[in-house]
Design a protein around this ligand. Structure first.
Ligand SMILES: CC(=O)N[C@H]1[C@@H](OP(=O)(O)OP(=O)(O)OC[C@H]2O[C@@H](n3ccc(=O)[nH]c3=O)[C@H](O)[C@@H]2O)O[C@H](CO)[C@@H](O)[C@@H]1O
Ligand SMILES: C=C(OP(=O)(O)O)C(=O)O
Length: 429
């Protein structure tokens, strides 16, 4: 299993190109199941999760062609995927494929909408909480599906096709909203979703579906209205930049000091995180090319932050912010409200000398300037990268084990950081 070795202490200087968003690319690829025509997606990141979803879609009979680099493309250019679901040959998504990734469960929506049946294993994904799918099931039931759980599989049927309905989510759910939007796109009649997730990845999915002939309005607000259509056609869409990757490198720069341009990042996608970083003492500016993060001279100020659905501070940046606060000049507090078990990084950060205590859903962090490199274990995707951030600032060597979590969500992480002066290498085993 690969490991990552870091020798900390170098400030970051340079430009980091921001990849297409994992959490947008996955639902967009799944949306390819909704049409027999070809969906072309540009700027798809080269990630383990994308490769895994290609296998899952392949199992349903989807033909996926990856167009490699063309002359003139930059070193970090995302790939173009041509997704053709002309014939869906299998409506089962098996445990062996689905258990590794949360988002793969969402294939249930297009399969049900187009084929009127689906049998999908209950999902896996990052171990950050129980992560039930009751609200996704509720949404499909509101659109007329009958659902049974059988031997670990969700078996969904809608013999006459789905019909529009009213879906009021009691809790904001990104996956629930993706599923409801995809299913409703091909349902007969109008669907209204209230308390919908407002994450930019929802708007990206809706934009793409509208290019495919769907009639969706209000995406990006808590009320989405969808007028179902009989069929969707092919389209071409560019995946939006990854706000979590951008936020991660912004935090890394604040952690080490330095001056980094995040090329292609869009500030409006992560304003709450940028505001927190400004409060912590980083200088942030942006222009048409991306975001610039600078921290020179002065230290890191402590902050009090609570995670919340978009536009609040994202839970997917909580671990990274905690790594930063480990080095703050004073005491900070971070409250996690989205997932009940998303503090797995706390015990690993302690190996660097971090002083963190947990009090229910709040972590209290006593900052220290004395971080020492250590052997650590990556536990989930964002926790893993928080260890990279700590390692970049710690004195001496850090060895991160189990980096396959990182490869799920960060494209060429070592290359991007090395280009900005970090001492970081992958040890392949
Ligand atoms: C692939 C992807 O895009 N993953 C993101 C997505 O995950 P995901 O879509 O799984 O997260 P949700 O927004 O659905 O989860 C939010 C909360 O709702 C709960 N819940 C969800 C569904 C359900 O049926 N019942 C239920 O109780 C969850 O346990 C959690 O406490 O949004 C999360 C919240 O921004 C991010 O951290 C993940 O990176
Ligand atoms: C939790 C994440 O991914 P998933 O929902 O796929 O587990 C994430 O992207 O941080």
């Amino acid at each position: 299993m690969d490991r990552i070795r870091i020798v900390g202490g170098n400030p970051l200087h340079g430009t980091i190109p921001i990849s297409g968003a994992k959490n947008a690319a996955l639902p967009l690829m799944i949306a390819g199941l909704l049409t027999p025509e070809t969906l072309i997606l540009d700027n798809v990141p080269r990630l383990a999760d994308v490769a895994q979803l290609q296998r899952i879609l392949g199992n349903h009979g989807v033909d996926i062609m990856s167009v490699g680099k063309r002359p003139g493309d930059g070193q970090y250019q995302g790939q173009t995927l041509q997704i053709s679901a002309a014939d869906i040959i299998d409506t089962t998504a098996p445990y062996e494929l689905v258990s590794r990734m949360r988002a793969s469960f969402w294939v249930i929506a297009p399969l049900l909408a187009r084929m009127h049946e689906a049998r999908v294993s209950l999902p896996g994904g990052c171990a950050i909480g129980t992560r039930p799918v009751d609200l996704l099931i509720m949404a499909l039931e509101k659109l007329g599906a009958s659902i049974d759980i059988d031997a670990g599989y969700v078996v969904a049927k809608a013999p006459g096709g789905l019909r529009g309905g009213t879906i009021d989510f009691p809790k904001v759910t990104v996956g629930g909203t993706h599923v409801a939007v995809m299913a409703a796109a091909l349902a007969k009649g109008t669907t209204v979703i209230t308390n919908a997730a407002c994450e930019p990845e929802i708007s990206d999915l809706a934009d793409c579906l509208n290019k495919m002939g769907a009639r969706i309005s209000g995406a990006g607000t808590p009320r989405i209205e969808i007028e179902g259509v009989a069929s969707l056609h092919g389209a071409r869409h560019t995946v939006l930049p990854d706000r979590i990757e951008a936020g991660t490198y912004a935090i890394a720069t604040a952690m080490t000091g330095g001056d980094v341009r995040l090329a292609g990042a869009r500030p409006e996608l992560l304003q709450s995180a940028l505001d927190v970083l400004t409060e912590a003492g980083a200088e942030i500016s942006s222009d048409a090319e991306g975001i610039r993060v600078v921290r020179n001279g002065h230290g890191i100020r402590p902050v009090q932050v609570t995670t919340a659905p978009f536009p609040g501070f994202p839970t997917d940046l909580q671990a990274q912010l905690m790594a930063l606060m480990v080095r703050a000049q004073g005491a900070s507090a971070i409250t996690e409200t989205i997932f009940e078990n998303r503090f797995m990084h706390v015990q690993e950060l302690a190996r660097f000398g971090a002083r963190i205590s947990l009090d229910g859903e709040t972590a209290r962090i006593e900052g220290t300037s004395n971080l020492r490199g250590a052997p650590v274990m990556a536990t989930d995707l964002r926790a893993s990268v928080s260890l990279v951030i700590a390692g970049l600032a710690a004195e001496g060597e850090t060895m991160i084990n189990r980096v396959y979590h990182l490869d799920r969500g960060f494209e060429r992480l070592e290359d991007k950081l090395k280009a900005c002066g970090a001492t970081i290498e992958r040890i392949r085993e």
